[in-house]
Design a protein around this ligand. Sequence first.
Ligand code: CDP
Ligand code: MG
Length: 152
Amino acid sequence: MQRTLILLKPDCVQRRLMGRIITRFEDKGLSFVAMKLMQVTPDLAKEHYAEHVKKGWYPTLESFITGGPIVAAVLEGLEAITVVREMLGATNGLSAAPGTIRGDYSSSRQMNLVHGSDGPEAAKREIALYFKPEELIDHDPTIAAWLRAVDE
Ligand code: CDP
Ligand code: MG
């Protein structure tokens, strides 16, 4: 089992797409183990996007990600990190494949609705940025027996 951080970015919240996006993750068989509505501060944005802070487009990314409430959540599932990234599609909504979240709902390089951790190290770091350990709720979904075989 793997855990990954997702953010429903301000465009997702403002466009009233939260429900549809959450449904896609639930339909796939992923479990929510943490979730909260919150406001990203400039300091948190700089920590989260540390790899991008020096880039020319970073200031507009910071304005965007701090420009309205977001929903932060932790998803759990087999290969959850890769599965979520595949569900998101390419960064730029204009080139993201139809059928992916960004491909279906975004027509922007920046306003691409959902963040997903890009690897195990990033997932660990990002989950700790947004959640205290006690906010991660361990549980065994009763539907698990119908989502995969016992040896998967
Ligand atoms: O989110 P992802 O890992 O797919 O993309 P990234 O290259 O790590 O960039 C992080 C986020 O910065 C993107 O999801 C976009 O919202 C934003 N971005 C931007 O505003 N302008 C760019 N030229 C590239 C990314
Ligand atoms: Mg990235």
